[in-house]
Structure formats: C-alpha cells, structure tokens
Design a protein around this ligand. Sequence first.
Ligand code: C5P
Length: 230
Amino acid sequence: MTPAPIAVALDAPDLETAAQWAALVTPHVSTVKVGLELYLRYGPDVIASVRGASGVAVFLDLKLHDIPNTVAGASRAVARLRPSILTVHAAGGPAMIRAAVEAAPHTRIAAVTILTSLSESDLGRIGIAGPADDAVRRLSALSVEAGATALVCSPNEVSAVRAEVGDGITLITPGVRPKGTDAQDQMRVATPEQALADGADLLVIGRPITAAPDPGAAAAAIAASLRRAS
Ligand code: C5P
C-alpha cells in the first residue's frame, strides 16, 4: 500500500520519543517532519534517528532566513543529510531562495509564505499592507520564480495558491485536523480530506497523531480515510 501523503510533525520533547513516533507511523505515512526545536537540541544526528531502518522521507523544517550567502552555506550543510524537503522563509527574497535551491540540488526547497500565527494587524506593523491572502499569493509567485518547488500555506489558502502557481508545485499544509479531533492552538483548520480536495499535496499533522494513545493506529486511520476519499 502506498503511504499516505502525510508529514507527521515529530514535535517531541526528546530524541527517543521522536524516533519511537517515527517508527510507529512510517508504515502508514510518506514523511516525518523534524522542526527547529529537535534539530537545535540534538543536531544532525536527529535525522538518522528518525529515519531509522525504514528510510522514510525527512522534512527538515528549519525555516531559514538570512542573506543568500549564509543560507547557501546552511543549506549545503544540511543537504548532506539528504532531507527530502527543507524550508526557507519566502520573505528572504528571490536571491536567498535561489541560493538554497542551488546549494541543495537533491532537496525540495519549500518556501514558507506568511506565518499563520500573524494577524492582519501584526502584518501591518511589520510593513505588509493589505490582506494576508494577497501577500501569500505574491510571495508564492516570487518563490516559484526563484526556483522553489514547494510552498507551505494554510489549508484556507491552498486553492488560491494553486490557482496562482499552477500544477507541479508541491503544496504543503499544516493546520490539518481530522473530523472530531481538537483544533488545539490551530486557528484555521481543515480536515485531511478537504485539504487534499482543495489542492494540497502533503498534509502536516502533529498532535492528532503523536498525542493519540497509539500513534501508529492514529496514522493508519487517517491514511485509510484518505484512501476512501480519493
Ligand atoms: O500538532 P499540529 O498538527 O498542530 O502540528 C503542526 C505542525 O506544523 C507543527 O510542527 C507546527 O510547527 C507546524 N506549522 C504550523 N503552522 C504553520 C507552519 C508550521 O502549524 N503555519
């Protein structure tokens, strides 16, 4: 059975837990996601630990944002770990995005458009005028022109972003909650089925899987419901 297009966010307190979650979910999902906290705490070894024997794809969510030369160096440093996806902030601009793309040719560079934690008033204060959706579309187009082949956006923006960039760009959406589960601190959520129907290619799902009594069973259940819906 093909694993479901889900990246399980391994937001674990320690490496052993992250590796254990990864082992439980990898029969059912395509990807596991390592974020800044785990990476900064344990360093590059975290990748081998979560990849384990399964060789599951690893999404390295470091959200790089610096001058192009520094981002090139950082991307080159982590490219050795062969992550399937590496994130950068679209707001770093086209030269920075291109620097990451060129420095990590075997990794898909995913540009993060606007953090979903920012309100419209926050955006105004940091100098991004107008509706968030406009900024998301503008940053999506700029990122793709600069060579990014993936974008991270909220499930609510995915259809507008798809219309902007067309097919062939991988759209990654967090804020995904299976029906009947708690939204927790996610403000704007969609079900996995809805996010895929709207054009997402990879769903980032954390706590609905990792906080379940049996993360393997939770991943299997979501994967099965996606197969039924497709
Ligand atoms: O547990 P949950 O499903 O909310 O986890 C979602 C994951 O996606 C977390 O690792 C979070 O940092 C990440 N993320 C997000 N919203 C964004 C970008 C990333 O929730 N806009």
